[in-house]
Design a protein around this ligand. Structure first.
Ligand SMILES: [Zn+2]
Length: 237
């Protein structure tokens, strides 16, 4: 496998790097990503590939089950560097279908570190349990609900971190988005559309609305804004 990876790197240099040398030389001098990605470590969920983005587009943090741990110095340092120094404008928390971490939250695991880590998603499990009871969901449907509830919970954690909370209190960026990547189809569903829920301080309100309006035409996934996003818009983060 290692030989294949090295051969792949040679192909990358020939087919991608060399034809776009100017881009990569500018990137070598300085990275300026506008997006911070918080996703799952799952090998099938590659943020740059699924969004057809070049290196330099996203600052990335991945862990088991795309969790935002409020007591994790790792993610806190990434957030601080991303928001304070890179001036990140958008944070995407992305869950995905067929997530092993989500199945482990549902089934329970006894391996020490994995169990401790997944404890941070307990609130999502409780919400999914309640919804599954009320709606009589089967296992597959429940895992789908749990995946979505986990993204929502991790966004709640993110917005409650002092760094983000203080910025939002001033009406500043970053905007927060919740996505779901479908490993069966390669498509993205928007669970929480952050494009309208945080004012962009550097733009006048009218211009901001125009930008948001223009962008919303390109939304893939649900045609209507999800209820959670509506609530998020009403209740200023
Ligand atoms: Zn996963």
């Amino acid at each position: 496998m290692i030989d294949e990876l090295l051969a792949g790197n040679a192909a990358f240099v020939t087919k991608e790097f060399m034809p776009n040398e100017a881009y990569y030389h500018a990137l070598a001098a300085q990275q300026k990503p506008k997006v911070l990605w918080i996703g799952c470590s799952d090998s099938r969920v590659s943020e740059h590939q699924m969004t057809d983005s070049k290196p330099g587009t996203m600052f990335v943090h991945r862990n088991v089950a795309n969790i935002v741990a409020f007591n994790d110095v790792n993610i806190s340092a990434i957030l601080e560097y991303g928001v304070t120094h890179l001036k990140i404008e958008d944070i995407i928390v992305c869950g995905h279908t067929r997530c092993g971490g989500i199945a482990a939250i549902e089934d329970g695991v006894h391996e020490n570190y994995i169990a401790d880590w997944l404890c941070i998603a307990t609130g999502a499990k409780e919400a999914a349990d309640r919804i599954a009871r009320e709606q009589g969901l089967n296992r597959e449907q429940k895992l789908a609900v749990l995946t979505e509830e986990n993204v929502k919970l991790q966004i709640k954690h993110l917005k409650n971190l002092a760094l983000i909370k203080n910025l939002h209190a001033k009406g500043d960026l970053p905007r927060i988005h919740g996505w779901l990547y479908r490993v069966e189809s390669g498509t993205v569903d928007i669970l929480i559309d952050g494009r309208g829920n945080a004012p962009r301080a550097t733009l006048p309100t009218k211009a901001f609305k125009a930008v948001v309006g223009a962008q919303s035409g390109t939304v893939r996934g649900k045609s209507k804004r999800p209820a959670a996003a509506k609530k998020a818009k009403k209740k200023k983060s």
